[in-house]
Design a protein around this ligand. Structure first.
Ligand code: ZN
Length: 256
């Protein structure tokens, strides 16, 4: 074949071999929750890179600069002063979990507290104990207790120390969306086993990591994952940190 044809064929073959996007039912994560607990807060990927793997997710920002919500492909940072900022694609993240949200079903709920919501999800909706799920809860919340954390400086303290100075925000009668995952227990150490919820208000001015809530009325939609992708950071701090230690007690202090 002519050289031009050869290069065209080669180009097409390479395009087919290199998927530009992750499988849409894959839950992807950059770095591990235990590395974050241990204080590995330097960004390991840009949000531009992360968004190739999803449009819906949660995590944090370089230097642990607040809580992160990814909704409809937009990255929102909730700082410790409670303000919400849209992040540029060049900004980096030390920990993010995301997927392409494609609803597998929907259900209307009303008047649920957080524990009741989890019980209902476990028994009726997110019933496969060993599969990851993304879910969102969109509606009006009677009560919300959210938190964010302040930007850190090196040497970074562990996350259990940082949350001692976390900011807590409480709201009543607020409209918005919970962005959340339910992760199987066997991914403990890598991810947050069980439930992990972040919130963003409808007007995009308030949000954070959810400590408590009460739903007034809302629609729950869910998306079952069929695979889990972990990006291992090419980062000196990540490679030095001790990830043999059992950190589930620290995680309880930090996330709940
Ligand atoms: Zn969180």
């Amino acid at each position: 074949m002519k050289p031009s044809r050869f290069f065209l064929s080669l180009f097409l073959a390479l395009c087919l071999m290199t998927p530009a996007f992750a499988d849409r039912d894959t839950v992807s994560q950059f770095s591990t929750i235990d590395a974050l607990l241990a204080g590995v807060y330097d960004g390991v990927a840009t949000f531009g890179e992360a968004l190739l793997r999803g449009d819906f997710g949660l995590g944090t920002v370089n230097e642990l600069y607040g809580e992160l919500i990814i909704l409809d492909g937009v990255c929102y940072q909730v700082r410790a002063d409670g303000t919400v900022h849209v992040l540029p694609e060049e900004e980096t993240t030390p920990f993010v979990m995301l997927t392409f949200f494609e609803s597998d079903g929907a259900r209307e709920v009303a008047g649920l507290k957080l524990a009741e919501l989890k019980t209902m999800l476990d028994s009726k909706i997110l019933t496969k104990s060993n599969s990851p799920y993304a879910f969102r809860v969109k509606g009006t919340f009677q009560k919300l207790k959210l938190r964010s954390v302040a930007k850190q400086r090196k040497p970074y303290p562990p996350l259990a120390e940082v949350v001692k100075t976390q900011s807590i925000f409480t709201f009543e009668e607020l409209e918005g969306t919970i962005v959340a995952f339910k992760t199987p227990a066997y991914l403990g150490g890598v991810s947050v086993p069980g439930y992990h919820l972040h919130f963003l208000s409808k007007d995009r001015t308030r949000g954070g990591h959810v400590l408590d809530l009460q739903i007034k009325s809302a629609e729950i939609e869910w998306d079952e994952g069929d695979s889990f992708f972990l990006q291992i950071p090419d980062d000196p701090d990540f490679q030095k940190v001790n990830l043999e230690k059992e950190r589930s007690n620290e995680l309880d202090t930090v996330e709940r």
